[in-house]
Design a protein around this ligand. Structure first.
Ligand code: PLP
Length: 390
């Protein structure tokens, strides 16, 4: 049976051109730090990838640090607070007092924030409204009380809500705070321009932008030095030791080049398909509800709840019909706890338990959406017939 993949927020398939770039690189084993031909070839390829990524987000190549994933990029920025100027004289983050974030961040930020709290950093979680938008008044109030670092995600992985990052960064900068955004869910969905946003740090992950798993980047605005999370060699200007993942880096550079080239068209296509799916489901299935912002939402994401049934049951039946979706975030699936994002949005309990997330990507087609619209209503009908609540 043909599988229909609607879980691109969990991970994206490998782009065909990226796959080709990887194949061409497989025999390139030189260590990029070596001062002979094989080393130089690897180094040149890494710098080419760095330049592509810089162009993609409107940064300078020397502001791009390669990491292993989005989680690591987030960790470097946040844990720099613990090291601060004590061990790293050049670090921008001074003796840490306070870290501000939101209640709907990815666990890579939320769990790391808990670790900061264990180390006596005051950690504040700003609330969100029913659409998942961060409460700006509350954020400004916390910023005005004084802090060191603010981290607010650009787009949420579960419901897709987009935050006014530029505005938030301005509020933080007015008080001299540094601003980080987890933009892992943004490539190929929104244009990223770090200069326009005027932010200090930004995290990206390869496997959310059609590159493989095992590579990420951290944008660090010139002058905003951090402490290394992995110390050792001089790689990545001493900020991230360890021999570079040459193949992953080249793949991510290629993915950024492709995204820059194709993103405008892809965004239009994915939005058309997502909107068709959304309108079609709402029209065909009574008592269905969208979670997330009606308009300030990344164009590929549809988080939807259906009264009287469980999300897990829907997922199981869709899987049986060849359709792959998720309930809540992939990281928390497997747990029966309701999603922390929907909880923070004060979604009603019934909708929380019946929510599923469908996230489209550039390889989805209109025929796939038509097939989903054909089979979905009967699945919900069948489950509702079995439900003691309907
Ligand atoms: N941040 C967000 C918003 C994410 O969606 C994810 C992954 O789902 C991450 C961070 C973690 O990225 P990685 O899997 O590359 O560590």
């Amino acid at each position: 049976m043909k599988r229909i993949y609607l879980d691109n927020n969990a991970t994206t398939p490998l782009d065909n051109e990226v796959k080709q770039a990887i194949i061409e690189t497989l025999d390139m084993y030189g260590n990029p730090s070596s001062h002979y031909e094989l080393g130089r070839i690897a180094r040149d390829k890494i710098e080419e990838a760095r330049a592509n990524i810089a162009t993609f987000i409107n940064a300078s190549p020397d502001e791009i640090i390669f990491t292993s994933c989005g989680s690591e990029s987030n960790n470097i920025v946040m844990k720099s607070m613990l090291c601060g100027q004590k061990c790293c004289p050049s670090s921008k983050i001074r003796s840490p007092k306070k870290f501000i974030t939101s209640t709907i961040e990815h666990p890579a930020v939320l769990e790391t924030a808990k670790l900061l709290a264990c180390e006596s950093v005051e950690t504040v979680f700003v609330s969100v409204d029913k659409y998942g938008l961060v409460n700006e008044e509350e954020l400004e109030k916390e910023i005005n009380k004084g802090a060191d670092l603010v981290s607010i995600m650009y787009a949420n992985n579960e419901v897709g809500t987009i935050q006014p990052i530029k505005q938030f960064a301005q509020i933080a900068h007015k008080k001299g705070l540094l601003f980080h955004t987890d933009a892992v869910q943004v490539p190929a969905k929104l244009k990223i321009d770090v200069k326009d946003l005027d932010i200090d740090y930004l995290s990206l992950s390869g496997h959310k932008m059609y590159a493989p798993k095992g590579v990420g980047i951290l944008y660090t605005k010139k002058g905003n030095t951090l402490c290394p999370l992995i110390s050792g060699g001089h790689q990545e200007k001493g900020l991230r030791a360890g021999t570079e993942n040459t193949i992953g880096i080249i793949a991510m550079g290629k993915a950024a080049e492709i995204a820059k080239r194709d993103q405008e068209q892809e965004i239009k296509k994915v939005k058309y398909l997502r909107d068709k799916l959304e309108t079609g489901l709402l029209e065909r299935i009574p008592k269905s509800f969208i979670n997330g912002h009606p308009t300030l939402r990344v164009p590929n994401t549809l988080n939807i709840s259906f009264s009287f049934i469980e999300g897990e049951a829907i997922l199981y039946m869709l899987d049986h019909a060849g359709i792959e979706v998720s309930t809540g975030s992939a990281c928390s699936s497997g747990s029966l706890d309701p999603s922390h994002v929907l909880t923070a949005m004060q979604t009603n309990t019934e909708h929380m338990h019946s929510s599923i997330r469908m996230s489209l990507g550039k390889y989805n087609t209109e025929e796939e959406v038509d097939y989903v619209l054909e089979v979905f209503p009967s699945i919900i009908e069948k489950l509702r017939k079995m439900s003691p609540f309907s």
